[in-house]
Design a protein around this ligand. Sequence first.
Ligand code: AMP
Length: 183
Amino acid sequence: MRLIFLGPPGAGKGTQAQRVSQRLGIPHISTGDILRQAVADQTPLGQKAKSYMDRGDLVPDDLILGLVRERLQQDDAQSGWILDGFPRNLSQAQFLDTLLAEIHQTCDRAVNFTVPDDEIVQRLVARGRQDDKEETIRHRLMVYRQATAPLIEFYEQQSRLLCVDGSQEMDAVTEYLSQGLAA
Ligand code: AMP
């Protein structure tokens, strides 16, 4: 199973991705986690990405695309994966389509998690990560609406979209998601 998890920050993508990843035995690939690790390790990638992440802006595509290409070609990703936080804009989505064609893979579903803005802000302020200050959260939401939300229609047109109400209780979301993926 090859899945793309879409949705605003704080929609619960990461938690649900971990659960599905365990259940199906496929890797959970979060570009945000990879970038945070690079920042912590102070690698050249991390040094370049840090200021964008602190502001809540998207890191430039040229820092991300090669990383995704390499990750999807690793051994553990050959029988499936969950992409969490990638693609984040239309050019990344087009890149992914081309890459998948090249490596003879196809994505099965794009799952869109929806949560109202006010609830997102509440959840993220409570999470308290480095980029979870209210001002940065609002900025990330704006970036999401502008750059990432158009992907909902992109995957709908490809008839791959599954919509999940992310404002429900976590276990209910997992249950709904599992049923949707099995259908
Ligand atoms: P996330 O953990 O997915 O919320 O990502 C945290 C931050 O990492 C984002 O606010 C961006 O700055 C950066 N980031 C993660 N994934 C991407 C991506 N696919 N493209 C650009 N920037 C990204």
